[in-house]
Design a binder for this molecule. Structure first.
Ligand code: SF4
Length: 225
């Protein structure tokens, strides 16, 4: 397994549990979390439920990268249905919300609702998500969504660990390059693609070309979003 500083503090899950469900948004974000959970002998399952990722070929590419890494670590991977139409129905009226706004809260909750249901139906008392490791995300917004959803189920806890600390952010970048993960350049939904392209065009840059960039292959200095 790849190197990691020995002095980093261990993960401590709620109640000291060693078994948990990890909702994953993509391979770059999941990389350092999966690696450390595996290294510390947690019994965990990766759940991929991200109907927010559009279009379908982008969804498939991000998912396959995550499957590739889970297989390499020998971690169970649960691939739930892709249901973008349900996602669009949930965020209707929020199309012009900025990233980290109200649409994202709905988006997080939808993904966590499905994760929580899977957790309860499959005997997990703790679930969490890789979403908060990204510096582009509002960790408090994600944790609040996770805790709201978990509170609907007696005995279920959302684990609010700060994955960025303890070298997590740096390791995220290292693993992405080591494994040459696909480099997505927008959060996931068509609205984030639209807004990222508008921002790029305002800066005199070109539109995103999807499906072509991989960490460590194109720009050695690029870090995960
Ligand atoms: S910007 Fe990202 S988190 Fe927000 S709604 Fe779109 S896909 Fe979901």
């Amino acid at each position: 397994m790849a190197r990691m500083a020995k002095s980093l503090p261990p993960f401590v899950a709620p109640g000291g549990v060693r078994t948990l469900l990890l909702h994953s948004c993509c391979a770059p974000c999941a990389g350092p979390i999966m690696e450390k959970l595996r290294r510390e002998d947690f019994d965990f399952t990766v759940l991929f439920y991200n109907p927010n990722i559009q279009p379908a070929d982008e969804y498939e590419l991000r998912k396959q990268e995550n499957i590739r890494y889970a297989a390499e670590l020998g971690v169970p991977f649960v691939d739930l249905d892709y249901e973008p139409q349900t996602w669009f129905a949930r965020v209707r009226g929020l199309e012009w919300e900025p990233e980290r706004g109200a649409r994202c809260t709905v988006c997080f909750e939808m993904r966590f609702e499905r994760s929580a249901l899977y957790a309860v139906e499959n005997g997990f008392s703790v679930f969490t998500s890789t979403l908060g490791i990204s510096r582009w995300k509002d960790m408090d917004q994600i944790n609040a969504a996770g805790e709201r959803v978990a509170a609907r189920y007696p005995g279920l806890t959302y684990w609010t660990w700060n994955w960025r600390k303890g070298g997590g952010t740096q390791r995220m970048s290292e693993i992405a390059k080591e494994k040459q993960f696909y480099q997505q350049e927008y959060c996931g939904c068509v609205y984030s693609l639209r807004d990222t392209n508008r921002h790029r065009l305002a800066q005199g840059r070109g539109r995103i070309v999807r499906g072509v960039k991989f960490y460590g292959r194109n720009d050695p200095e690029e870090t995960p979003r």
